[in-house]
Design a protein around this ligand. Structure first.
Ligand code: C2E
Ligand code: MG
Ligand code: MG
Length: 449
């Protein structure tokens, strides 16, 4: 009797353990799946919808790194206590990942109510946490999905909540997103583009186009920016603002970038030797230490002089992993490649970065240039940027110049470099060669006069 009772208890304990998160005492992912499975079968005859949600702490890793793992654990325990306290008798919360919690609201039927409840959870978690003598603050993002029909499984519901969470995270901290059908359509479209892009990259079908960069005083072309272009047989022409972020997210940016750089340097070899070629690097490439090696290997293969190459990077690219970015930039500069800071003024501009990193050039974002004629603040900002660049010994290029009056104003302020539709749109290698021949002939004619 005793033995059998003992075994029964041991069994129950081990089953409990298998369903419990040891740190917080909440249920774990198994318990959560089990609860949702049961609710789905209960609802087989009852059409009422219900809500599942996934909550992910924003910026937990830096807190863990800053305060230590013990403190990180304490915070997770406090988070779990707050979440548990906020559940009513019908609802469940479980810890399903390191800093990820899932909740089930059997009586929440509408998207509005789901969002409302989620916002409440974020609010509850935003109060300060005691960490020894100090306090820490956290925010959280939530993705929810609603169960509507009997053909949805637990897995599908949780995947949908995860997709919604991904959208929430992408749009900033402390956001709630409820899964919608449009999201599913958008996710399918991204997958279609990803597959087509993978094929195009291996078939070598992404092409470099080139846009002239000019000396604003003489209007002479001094170099070209490489801009990737892709036309798929089914999807048609897909703009880089769409396919570059997908390439980054889905890990295709490395091979894509190598393909475009190879083709661009091959094309630029036959240009006059005093013209430079600039090339964009994505933020994710600056956390990959192989990026520098790949670039150097391509230059080696195509025989393009590294001193004619410029790399454009953005402030976002420096923020993810500044040490890694610094290392890559240093490797490139060592062989004579120049480095520009692209789209200046649009990111989380930190002037401190300009002290830490040495840039050869700064590109003023189109947003300022387009409003220079009718917006006093833009004018002041451009003047301040120009003064700063002069002090720091950096070249400047103003992007997106479309009108003569904008170019005139920039020259008046002392801006030396310009780029924009006024001087030329991005065109393919053959058209660029034609453009150069025309400019060359123009220059010859001017000399003859
Ligand atoms: P970006 O590097 O800032 O490139 C400048 C963008 O402004 C280009 O857009 C160019 O076509 C556009 N532009 C130039 N002049 C004007 C103008 O006067 N008016 C207007 N309205 N637009 C102008 P595009 O080609 O669509 O490229 C968008 C972004 O995609 C680029 O911004 C760059 O961040 C990224 N990108 C393009 N090619 C590559 C690539 O090969 N690798 C990486 N990593 N990113 C790329
Ligand atoms: Mg650029
Ligand atoms: Mg730019």
């Amino acid at each position: 009797m005793q033995t059998s009772f003992g075994t029964g208890q041991a069994n129950r304990e081990s089953t409990d353990l298998a369903f419990t998160d040891p740190l917080t005492g909440l249920g774990n992912h198994r318990r959560f799946f089990d609860k949702v499975d049961r609710l789905i079968s209960d609802r087989a005859d009852d059409p009422a919808p219900f809500t599942v949600g996934i909550l992910d702490l924003d910026g937990f890793k830096p807190i863990n790194d800053l305060f230590g793992h013990k403190a990180g654990d304490d915070i997770l325990i406090q988070v779990a206590m707050r979440l548990r306290a906020s559940m009513d008798g019908h609802s469940t919360v479980c810890r399903i990942g390191a800093d990820e919690f899932a909740f089930l609201y059997p009586l929440v039927f509408s998207e509005d109510a789901a969002a409302e409840r989620s916002r409440m959870l974020i609010e509850i978690l935003s109060a300060p946490y005691d960490v020894g003598e100090r306090t820490a603050r956290l925010s959280a993002s939530v993705g929810c999905s609603l169960f509507y029909s009997g053909d949805e499984t637990t897995e599908i519901l949780i995947n949908k909540a995860e997709t919604a969470l991904y959208h929430a995270k992408r749009s900033g901290r402390g956001r709630v997103v409820v899964y919608t059908r449009e999201m599913e359509e958008a996710a399918k479209r991204v997958t279609r583009i990803e597959q087509a892009l993978r094929r195009a990259v291996s078939a070598g079908e992404v092409e470099p186009h080139f846009q002239p960069i000019v000396d604003l005083n003489t209007r002479r072309t001094i170099g070209f920016e490489t801009l990737a272009r892709w036309t798929d047989r089914d999807l048609g022409s897909v703009p880089p603002t769409v396919f570059i972020p997908i390439a980054e997210e889905r890990g295709i940016i490395g091979p894509l970038s190598q393909l475009v750089l190879r083709k661009a340097t091959e094309a630029a070899r036959s240009w006059p030797k005093d013209l430079f070629l600039s090339f964009n690097l994505s933020p994710s490439q600056l956390v990959d230490q192989n990026t520098g090696l790949h670039i150097l290997a391509i230059l080696d293969r195509t025989g393009f002089d590294p001193r004619r190459l410029e790399i454009e990077i953005t402030e976002t690219g420096l923020m993810n992993d500044p040490a890694s970015a610094a290392q890559i930039v240093e490797d490139l500069r060592r062989v004579g490649i120049r480095v520009s800071l692209d789209d200046f003024g649009t990111g989380q501009s930190s002037l401190g970065r300009l002290r830490e990193f040495h840039f050869d050039k700064l590109k003023i974002d189109r947003a300022f240039v387009s409003s220079i004629l009718d917006d006093r603040p833009s004018e002041h900002i451009i003047r301040a940027i120009l003064a700063m660049c002069e002090g720091l010994g950096m070249d400047v290029v103003a992007e997106g110049i479309e009108q003569e009056a904008q170019a005139d104003r920039l020259v008046q302020f002392g801006c030396a470099g310009g780029q924009g539709y006024l001087f030329g749109k991005p065109v393919d290698a053959a058209a660029t060669l034609g453009y150069l021949r025309d400019s060359f002939r123009g220059a010859l004619r001017a000399k003859a006069i």
